[in-house]
Design a protein around this ligand. Structure first.
Ligand SMILES: O=C(O)CCC(=O)C(=O)O
Ligand SMILES: [Fe+2]
Length: 321
Protein backbone atom coordinates (compact mmCIF):
# COMPACT_ATOMS: atom_id res chain seq x y z
CA UNK A 1 0.00 0.00 0.00
CA UNK A 2 2.97 2.34 0.45
CA UNK A 3 3.06 2.52 -3.37
CA UNK A 4 -0.31 4.25 -3.79
CA UNK A 5 0.17 7.15 -6.14
CA UNK A 6 -2.26 9.27 -4.14
CA UNK A 7 -0.28 8.84 -0.92
CA UNK A 8 3.06 10.27 -2.12
CA UNK A 9 2.45 12.24 -5.31
CA UNK A 10 1.87 15.71 -3.82
CA UNK A 11 4.59 18.12 -4.86
CA UNK A 12 6.91 15.37 -6.16
CA UNK A 13 8.37 15.22 -9.65
CA UNK A 14 7.56 12.18 -11.78
CA UNK A 15 9.57 9.18 -10.53
CA UNK A 16 11.59 7.37 -13.18
CA UNK A 17 9.54 4.19 -12.81
CA UNK A 18 6.48 6.11 -14.11
CA UNK A 19 8.23 7.44 -17.23
CA UNK A 20 7.05 5.33 -20.16
CA UNK A 21 9.36 4.20 -22.98
CA UNK A 22 9.36 6.89 -25.73
CA UNK A 23 6.99 4.99 -28.07
CA UNK A 24 4.32 4.66 -25.39
CA UNK A 25 4.35 8.23 -24.07
CA UNK A 26 1.37 10.41 -24.88
CA UNK A 27 3.75 13.18 -25.96
CA UNK A 28 1.53 15.82 -27.50
CA UNK A 29 -1.17 16.57 -24.97
CA UNK A 30 -3.89 18.03 -27.11
CA UNK A 31 -5.55 15.59 -29.46
CA UNK A 32 -8.74 16.25 -31.44
CA UNK A 33 -11.95 15.45 -29.60
CA UNK A 34 -14.04 12.69 -31.13
CA UNK A 35 -17.04 14.12 -32.95
CA UNK A 36 -18.61 10.93 -34.25
CA UNK A 37 -19.05 8.67 -31.23
CA UNK A 38 -22.72 7.66 -31.39
CA UNK A 39 -24.79 9.01 -28.50
CA UNK A 40 -27.64 6.58 -27.93
CA UNK A 41 -30.89 7.61 -26.30
CA UNK A 42 -32.61 4.56 -24.83
CA UNK A 43 -36.05 6.19 -24.61
CA UNK A 44 -37.95 6.26 -21.30
CA UNK A 45 -40.43 9.10 -21.53
CA UNK A 46 -42.22 9.76 -18.31
CA UNK A 47 -39.46 9.68 -15.76
CA UNK A 48 -38.42 13.08 -14.59
CA UNK A 49 -35.16 12.38 -12.83
CA UNK A 50 -33.57 9.92 -15.21
CA UNK A 51 -31.50 10.25 -18.28
CA UNK A 52 -32.88 7.79 -20.75
CA UNK A 53 -30.55 4.99 -19.85
CA UNK A 54 -32.68 4.53 -16.70
CA UNK A 55 -30.01 5.09 -14.05
CA UNK A 56 -31.19 8.02 -11.87
CA UNK A 57 -28.90 11.02 -12.13
CA UNK A 58 -28.81 11.53 -8.34
CA UNK A 59 -27.61 7.95 -7.93
CA UNK A 60 -24.83 8.63 -10.45
CA UNK A 61 -23.84 11.74 -8.48
CA UNK A 62 -23.92 9.95 -5.14
CA UNK A 63 -21.93 7.01 -6.46
CA UNK A 64 -19.27 9.35 -7.86
CA UNK A 65 -19.10 11.16 -4.49
CA UNK A 66 -18.55 7.98 -2.49
CA UNK A 67 -15.95 6.76 -5.01
CA UNK A 68 -14.04 10.03 -4.57
CA UNK A 69 -14.40 9.81 -0.78
CA UNK A 70 -13.06 6.26 -0.81
CA UNK A 71 -9.95 7.30 -2.72
CA UNK A 72 -9.46 10.25 -0.34
CA UNK A 73 -9.08 7.90 2.67
CA UNK A 74 -5.65 7.33 4.20
CA UNK A 75 -3.72 4.49 2.56
CA UNK A 76 -3.91 2.35 5.71
CA UNK A 77 -7.69 2.71 5.79
CA UNK A 78 -7.98 1.78 2.12
CA UNK A 79 -5.90 -1.31 2.93
CA UNK A 80 -8.29 -2.28 5.74
CA UNK A 81 -11.40 -1.61 3.67
CA UNK A 82 -10.23 -3.77 0.77
CA UNK A 83 -8.96 -6.82 2.60
CA UNK A 84 -12.15 -8.23 4.08
CA UNK A 85 -12.34 -11.20 1.70
CA UNK A 86 -9.64 -13.89 2.00
CA UNK A 87 -10.56 -14.93 -1.55
CA UNK A 88 -9.81 -11.39 -2.72
CA UNK A 89 -13.09 -10.58 -4.45
CA UNK A 90 -12.29 -7.02 -3.34
CA UNK A 91 -8.78 -5.59 -3.72
CA UNK A 92 -6.81 -2.46 -4.36
CA UNK A 93 -3.73 -1.70 -6.42
CA UNK A 94 -1.58 1.01 -7.90
CA UNK A 95 -0.76 1.06 -11.61
CA UNK A 96 -1.85 -2.51 -12.40
CA UNK A 97 -2.30 -5.81 -10.58
CA UNK A 98 1.27 -6.65 -11.75
CA UNK A 99 2.92 -3.75 -9.92
CA UNK A 100 5.73 -5.92 -8.55
CA UNK A 101 6.85 -7.29 -11.91
CA UNK A 102 5.95 -4.66 -14.50
CA UNK A 103 8.70 -2.68 -16.30
CA UNK A 104 7.05 0.70 -15.71
CA UNK A 105 4.07 1.97 -13.79
CA UNK A 106 0.89 3.81 -14.65
CA UNK A 107 -0.45 6.83 -12.79
CA UNK A 108 -3.55 5.31 -11.19
CA UNK A 109 -4.88 3.74 -8.04
CA UNK A 110 -7.64 1.19 -8.59
CA UNK A 111 -10.28 -0.38 -6.38
CA UNK A 112 -11.84 -3.60 -7.69
CA UNK A 113 -14.72 -5.68 -6.38
CA UNK A 114 -17.24 -8.23 -7.56
CA UNK A 115 -20.87 -7.11 -7.65
CA UNK A 116 -23.08 -10.05 -8.44
CA UNK A 117 -24.72 -11.77 -6.66
CA UNK A 118 -24.87 -8.73 -4.42
CA UNK A 119 -25.76 -10.73 -1.26
CA UNK A 120 -22.63 -12.79 -1.69
CA UNK A 121 -20.16 -9.97 -2.27
CA UNK A 122 -21.44 -6.83 -0.53
CA UNK A 123 -20.12 -8.06 2.84
CA UNK A 124 -16.59 -7.69 1.44
CA UNK A 125 -17.02 -4.15 0.09
CA UNK A 126 -15.57 -1.11 1.86
CA UNK A 127 -17.50 0.18 4.88
CA UNK A 128 -15.81 3.55 4.66
CA UNK A 129 -16.95 6.02 3.52
CA UNK A 130 -19.95 4.97 5.65
CA UNK A 131 -22.43 5.23 2.75
CA UNK A 132 -20.35 3.14 0.36
CA UNK A 133 -22.49 -0.01 0.43
CA UNK A 134 -25.78 1.86 0.71
CA UNK A 135 -25.05 3.85 -2.46
CA UNK A 136 -22.93 1.48 -4.55
CA UNK A 137 -25.36 -1.46 -4.04
CA UNK A 138 -28.25 0.30 -5.84
CA UNK A 139 -25.85 1.90 -8.31
CA UNK A 140 -24.45 -1.43 -9.49
CA UNK A 141 -27.97 -2.95 -9.53
CA UNK A 142 -29.23 -0.17 -11.82
CA UNK A 143 -26.21 -0.32 -14.11
CA UNK A 144 -26.64 -4.09 -14.26
CA UNK A 145 -30.18 -3.62 -15.62
CA UNK A 146 -28.82 -1.19 -18.19
CA UNK A 147 -26.12 -3.70 -19.16
CA UNK A 148 -28.74 -6.38 -19.81
CA UNK A 149 -30.73 -4.01 -22.01
CA UNK A 150 -27.62 -3.14 -24.01
CA UNK A 151 -26.70 -6.81 -24.40
CA UNK A 152 -30.23 -7.60 -25.51
CA UNK A 153 -30.15 -4.88 -28.17
CA UNK A 154 -26.71 -6.04 -29.24
CA UNK A 155 -27.84 -9.63 -29.69
CA UNK A 156 -30.86 -8.44 -31.68
CA UNK A 157 -28.61 -6.34 -33.86
CA UNK A 158 -26.33 -9.29 -34.50
CA UNK A 159 -29.25 -11.68 -35.04
CA UNK A 160 -28.25 -14.12 -32.31
CA UNK A 161 -30.24 -15.59 -29.43
CA UNK A 162 -30.39 -13.09 -26.55
CA UNK A 163 -30.54 -15.62 -23.70
CA UNK A 164 -27.39 -17.46 -24.44
CA UNK A 165 -25.57 -14.29 -25.37
CA UNK A 166 -26.42 -12.04 -22.39
CA UNK A 167 -26.00 -14.71 -19.76
CA UNK A 168 -22.74 -15.90 -21.30
CA UNK A 169 -21.27 -12.42 -21.28
CA UNK A 170 -22.37 -11.19 -17.90
CA UNK A 171 -22.16 -13.90 -15.29
CA UNK A 172 -19.46 -12.02 -13.51
CA UNK A 173 -19.85 -8.30 -12.91
CA UNK A 174 -16.85 -6.48 -11.58
CA UNK A 175 -16.55 -2.85 -10.62
CA UNK A 176 -13.29 -0.99 -11.15
CA UNK A 177 -13.00 2.45 -9.56
CA UNK A 178 -9.93 4.28 -10.85
CA UNK A 179 -8.41 7.38 -9.35
CA UNK A 180 -5.82 9.43 -11.25
CA UNK A 181 -4.28 12.10 -9.03
CA UNK A 182 -2.91 15.31 -10.60
CA UNK A 183 0.31 14.32 -12.36
CA UNK A 184 3.61 16.28 -12.42
CA UNK A 185 4.27 15.49 -16.10
CA UNK A 186 1.33 14.17 -18.14
CA UNK A 187 3.43 14.05 -21.33
CA UNK A 188 5.62 11.22 -19.98
CA UNK A 189 3.13 8.84 -18.40
CA UNK A 190 -0.43 7.52 -18.70
CA UNK A 191 -3.19 6.63 -16.26
CA UNK A 192 -3.89 3.41 -18.20
CA UNK A 193 -1.94 2.22 -21.26
CA UNK A 194 -3.43 1.34 -24.66
CA UNK A 195 -5.74 -1.68 -24.39
CA UNK A 196 -8.99 -3.29 -25.42
CA UNK A 197 -11.18 -4.22 -22.48
CA UNK A 198 -11.03 -7.90 -21.53
CA UNK A 199 -14.75 -8.36 -20.73
CA UNK A 200 -18.01 -8.42 -22.66
CA UNK A 201 -19.03 -4.80 -22.28
CA UNK A 202 -17.94 -2.09 -19.89
CA UNK A 203 -20.28 0.67 -18.68
CA UNK A 204 -18.09 3.58 -17.74
CA UNK A 205 -19.08 6.51 -15.55
CA UNK A 206 -16.63 9.34 -16.18
CA UNK A 207 -16.47 12.27 -13.85
CA UNK A 208 -16.53 15.69 -15.47
CA UNK A 209 -12.75 15.54 -15.95
CA UNK A 210 -11.48 14.54 -19.38
CA UNK A 211 -8.86 11.81 -19.77
CA UNK A 212 -10.17 8.97 -21.98
CA UNK A 213 -8.81 8.67 -25.53
CA UNK A 214 -9.70 6.19 -28.28
CA UNK A 215 -7.42 5.03 -31.11
CA UNK A 216 -9.38 5.61 -34.31
CA UNK A 217 -8.01 5.55 -37.85
CA UNK A 218 -4.44 5.45 -36.54
CA UNK A 219 -4.81 8.51 -34.35
CA UNK A 220 -5.81 9.27 -30.79
CA UNK A 221 -9.06 11.14 -30.25
CA UNK A 222 -10.45 12.39 -26.95
CA UNK A 223 -13.79 11.26 -25.48
CA UNK A 224 -15.24 14.30 -23.77
CA UNK A 225 -17.40 13.56 -20.73
CA UNK A 226 -21.10 14.22 -21.38
CA UNK A 227 -22.95 14.95 -18.12
CA UNK A 228 -24.99 11.94 -16.97
CA UNK A 229 -24.11 9.82 -20.01
CA UNK A 230 -22.23 6.53 -19.78
CA UNK A 231 -19.49 5.44 -22.16
CA UNK A 232 -20.09 1.89 -23.42
CA UNK A 233 -16.97 0.00 -24.38
CA UNK A 234 -17.02 -3.26 -26.27
CA UNK A 235 -14.56 -5.80 -24.93
CA UNK A 236 -12.55 -8.38 -26.81
CA UNK A 237 -14.81 -11.35 -25.95
CA UNK A 238 -17.75 -9.57 -27.60
CA UNK A 239 -15.56 -8.97 -30.66
CA UNK A 240 -14.91 -12.73 -30.75
CA UNK A 241 -18.56 -13.74 -30.24
CA UNK A 242 -19.67 -11.33 -33.00
CA UNK A 243 -16.97 -12.85 -35.23
CA UNK A 244 -15.40 -9.44 -35.72
CA UNK A 245 -18.64 -7.61 -36.59
CA UNK A 246 -18.22 -5.55 -33.43
CA UNK A 247 -14.80 -4.18 -32.64
CA UNK A 248 -13.45 -3.48 -29.20
CA UNK A 249 -12.08 0.06 -29.35
CA UNK A 250 -8.48 0.48 -28.22
CA UNK A 251 -8.28 3.18 -25.59
CA UNK A 252 -5.96 4.74 -23.02
CA UNK A 253 -6.15 7.31 -20.25
CA UNK A 254 -4.09 10.51 -20.11
CA UNK A 255 -3.47 12.35 -16.87
CA UNK A 256 -3.53 16.07 -16.22
CA UNK A 257 -1.52 18.30 -13.93
CA UNK A 258 -4.35 20.21 -12.25
CA UNK A 259 -7.17 18.04 -11.03
CA UNK A 260 -7.72 14.47 -9.94
CA UNK A 261 -9.97 12.30 -12.10
CA UNK A 262 -12.13 9.44 -10.81
CA UNK A 263 -14.07 6.94 -12.92
CA UNK A 264 -16.12 3.80 -12.30
CA UNK A 265 -16.27 0.97 -14.82
CA UNK A 266 -18.73 -1.89 -14.46
CA UNK A 267 -17.45 -4.82 -16.47
CA UNK A 268 -19.82 -7.53 -17.68
CA UNK A 269 -17.59 -10.55 -17.92
CA UNK A 270 -18.14 -14.20 -18.78
CA UNK A 271 -17.47 -16.69 -15.98
CA UNK A 272 -14.17 -18.59 -16.09
CA UNK A 273 -15.52 -21.72 -17.73
CA UNK A 274 -17.74 -19.99 -20.31
CA UNK A 275 -16.68 -20.76 -23.84
CA UNK A 276 -15.84 -17.60 -25.76
CA UNK A 277 -16.24 -18.31 -29.47
CA UNK A 278 -17.90 -16.89 -32.59
CA UNK A 279 -21.69 -17.36 -32.36
CA UNK A 280 -22.80 -20.33 -34.46
CA UNK A 281 -25.56 -18.22 -36.08
CA UNK A 282 -22.89 -15.95 -37.58
CA UNK A 283 -20.78 -18.70 -39.10
CA UNK A 284 -21.29 -20.48 -42.41
CA UNK A 285 -19.27 -21.53 -45.45
CA UNK A 286 -18.84 -17.97 -46.64
CA UNK A 287 -18.33 -16.55 -43.14
CA UNK A 288 -15.78 -18.77 -41.46
CA UNK A 289 -14.95 -18.36 -37.77
CA UNK A 290 -12.25 -15.70 -37.44
CA UNK A 291 -11.44 -16.56 -33.85
CA UNK A 292 -10.58 -19.71 -31.95
CA UNK A 293 -12.83 -21.07 -29.26
CA UNK A 294 -11.45 -20.69 -25.72
CA UNK A 295 -12.77 -20.71 -22.18
CA UNK A 296 -12.81 -17.23 -20.69
CA UNK A 297 -10.12 -18.34 -18.24
CA UNK A 298 -7.83 -19.31 -21.12
CA UNK A 299 -8.69 -16.16 -23.01
CA UNK A 300 -7.69 -14.10 -19.96
CA UNK A 301 -4.35 -15.81 -19.56
CA UNK A 302 -3.53 -15.08 -23.21
CA UNK A 303 -4.79 -11.52 -22.80
CA UNK A 304 -2.53 -10.97 -19.79
CA UNK A 305 0.45 -12.65 -21.48
CA UNK A 306 0.11 -10.36 -24.51
CA UNK A 307 0.12 -7.42 -22.05
CA UNK A 308 -1.73 -4.95 -24.25
CA UNK A 309 0.23 -5.76 -27.42
CA UNK A 310 -2.89 -5.97 -29.57
CA UNK A 311 -1.12 -7.46 -32.61
CA UNK A 312 0.37 -10.26 -30.52
CA UNK A 313 -3.04 -10.97 -28.98
CA UNK A 314 -4.80 -10.91 -32.35
CA UNK A 315 -2.28 -13.48 -33.65
CA UNK A 316 -2.88 -15.81 -30.72
CA UNK A 317 -6.67 -15.64 -30.95
CA UNK A 318 -7.18 -15.52 -34.70
CA UNK A 319 -7.80 -18.57 -36.89
CA UNK A 320 -6.36 -16.81 -39.93
CA UNK A 321 -3.10 -15.18 -38.83
O1 LIG B 1 -10.42 6.16 -17.11
C1 LIG B 1 -11.14 5.85 -18.05
O2 LIG B 1 -11.85 6.68 -18.62
C2 LIG B 1 -11.18 4.44 -18.60
C3 LIG B 1 -10.48 3.41 -17.79
C4 LIG B 1 -10.44 2.11 -18.53
O3 LIG B 1 -9.84 1.96 -19.55
C5 LIG B 1 -11.27 1.00 -18.09
O4 LIG B 1 -11.92 1.11 -17.06
O5 LIG B 1 -11.25 -0.04 -18.78
FE1 LIG C 1 -10.51 0.04 -20.52
Amino acid sequence: MEHLVSSWCNGRSLPESYILPPGKRPGKLTVPLANNIPVIDLGGHDQTDVINHGVPSNLMDEAMSVFKEFHALFAKDKAIETSKDPNKSCYFYTSSPNYATEKFHFWRDGLVHHCNPLEKYIQFWPERPPRYREVVGPYTAEVRKLGFRILEFTSQGLGISPDHFSSGLSENQTLLVNHYPPCPDPSLTLGVGKHRDPGGINILLQSDVYGLQVFKDEEWVGVEPIPYAFVINIGYPLQIISNGKLKGAEHRVVTNSNVARTIASLFFNPSSETLVEPAKALIDASNPALYKSLTYKDFLSKYIAASSDSKALEEVLSTTL
